[in-house]
Design a protein around this ligand. Structure first.
Ligand SMILES: Cc1cc2nc3c(=O)[nH]c(=O)nc-3n(C[C@H](O)[C@H](O)[C@H](O)COP(=O)(O)OP(=O)(O)OC[C@H]3O[C@@H](n4cnc5c(N)ncnc54)[C@H](O)[C@@H]3O)c2cc1C
Length: 386
């Protein structure tokens, strides 16, 4: 849509190998998994596409790019020329190899189809093993628990969500799920299925009905690699989203973008990042060059927990903790009086203020004022400008 706004007369085509119009994915592990009647939020429906004169090609796979001729090749034998090409191929699921497992009982969650299949099996009393204690695994665990399933999370590491960089957050989240009846097994790996039992690396086994593998994703760089673009932990782009070919741009989960906010390349798997890059790069591809500078922000809803993560926490550095209302918590990490990162748990009202403070170059805060819960964040924000 940003490209259409920037250029009213451009010929725009959007190609997706999925058969339904592009949709928001975060709901797949939350409301949509809980209740099949939930309406799927569309990003660009067919009516809007037509009214905006955008050619929507669904169920079509791009199989190759000829950058010299500026042509995209498709799986059905057709092709399309381009002046500018934007790659938004997202992430590819990491698959698990489990000897003896019936594929029908091993689930993944990336698409609407995955969600429909999994929801059909999450019935009361079923035993679900979630492999991987990351965000998707925890969101599915909370939803399955609400639906009356018995859930065990199997995590190869020693803690949940280590990438956030806060042991306090890891412990908080683990306590919440434990209190709601989720079981955790740390430091073990799933090895094989024997009968209805999942064999684990420590020699024990677990009776289960089904598995959800939430072991992460990799950037879907197949097309980019076939076109000879520079790829390193995703498609490398400059801060305008330009790849090593000046006619090809890239956005979203698949991109390792030069981020001026940190002066280094960064790959972010988050809804907001995909939206920000989509808006800016859509304009750039239409000729209105727009730089993208992002301070990472991500949210996760796990049952009644709302977790929001801002910036990049240094796991080696302590955070200031502020207890919130009704058991909520806010953590703030400062480096040389600047906010480096922050996390809110059921304390969403703090996040807009923290986002303003982290983005404001004139902001100077100190740990003493953040640690005094009697001092409202709004007051810190106003008094801490230089
Ligand atoms: C279950 C789930 C829950 C999530 N929850 C959150 C959340 O709570 N908060 C948050 O910040 N983020 C969340 N995310 C992450 C967020 O949805 C992603 O960061 C976002 O979808 C990335 O957008 P994208 O356009 O880069 O890629 P995608 O949304 O993955 O879209 C890529 C599209 O390209 C298609 N494609 C790939 N290759 C080809 C090809 N060769 N030809 C044609 N089509 C192709 C794919 O099929 C797909 O439709 C969640 C993701 C999932 C899966």
């Amino acid at each position: 849509m940003a490209a259409r706004v920037a250029d009213e007369s451009a010929e725009i085509s959007l190609i997706s190998n999925e058969f339904c119009a592009p949709y928001e994915r975060p709901i797949l592990s939350k409301a949509m998994l809980l209740d099949g009647e939930t309406k799927l939020p569309c990003v660009l429906d067919e009516v809007t596409a037509e009214s905006q004169d955008i050619n929507l090609h669904l169920g079509l796979t791009a199989t190759g790019i000829d950058p010299a001729a500026q042509i995209v090749l498709f799986g059905d034998g057709t092709s399309m020329t381009y002046d500018r090409l934007i790659l938004a191929t997202g992430s590819r699921l990491r698959r698990i190899s489990l000897e003896g497992a019936d594929e029908g009982n091993v689930h993944y969650l990336r698409s609407m189809d995955d969600c429909t299949k999994l929801r059909g099996q999450l019935t009361k009393g079923k035993k679900l093993a979630v492999i991987g204690g990351g965000f998707i695994g925890l969101e599915v665990a909370a939803t399955a628990q609400k639906l009356g399933c018995h859930v065990t999370i199997i995590e190869a590491g020693e803690t949940l969500l280590p990438r956030i960089g806060s042991p306090t957050v890891s412990a908080f989240v683990q306590n919440y799920h434990t209190e709601n009846g989720v079981h955790f097994l740390f430091g073990v790996q799933a090895k094989a299925m024997v009968g209805g039992n999942l064999q684990l690396s420590d020699g024990t086994s677990l009776p289960i009905d089904m598995i959800l593998a939430g072991i992460g994703v990799d950037p879907e760089t197949t097309l980019a690699e076939s076109a000879g673009l520079e790829v390193e932990n995703g498609i490398k782009t400059d801060s305008y989203g330009r790849t090593s070919d000046p006619n090809i741009f890239a956005i979203g989960d698949v991109v390792n973008q030069m981020n001026p906010a940190y002066n280094r390349h960064m790959r972010l798997e988050s809804w907001e990042n995909a939206n920000i890059q989509g808006d800016a790069v859509g304009k750039s591809a239409a000729g209105e060059m727009t730089e993208v500078s992002t301070i990472p922000w991500f949210w996760s809803d796990q049952g009644d927990l709302n977790i929001q993560i801002l910036g990049l926490l240094d796991p080696e550095q302590a955070c200031v903790e502020r207890a919130g209302e009704e058991g909520g918590l806010t953590l703030v990490q400062l480096t040389e009086n600047k906010i480096r990162g922050a996390v809110t748990i059921n304390q969403a009202r703090d996040m807009p203020l923290l986002r303003r403070m982290i983005a404001d170059p004139s902001f100077h805060g100190d740990e003493a004022s953040f640690s005094d819960e009697a001092v409202p964040l709004r007051k810190i924000m106003k008094s801490a400008r230089r």
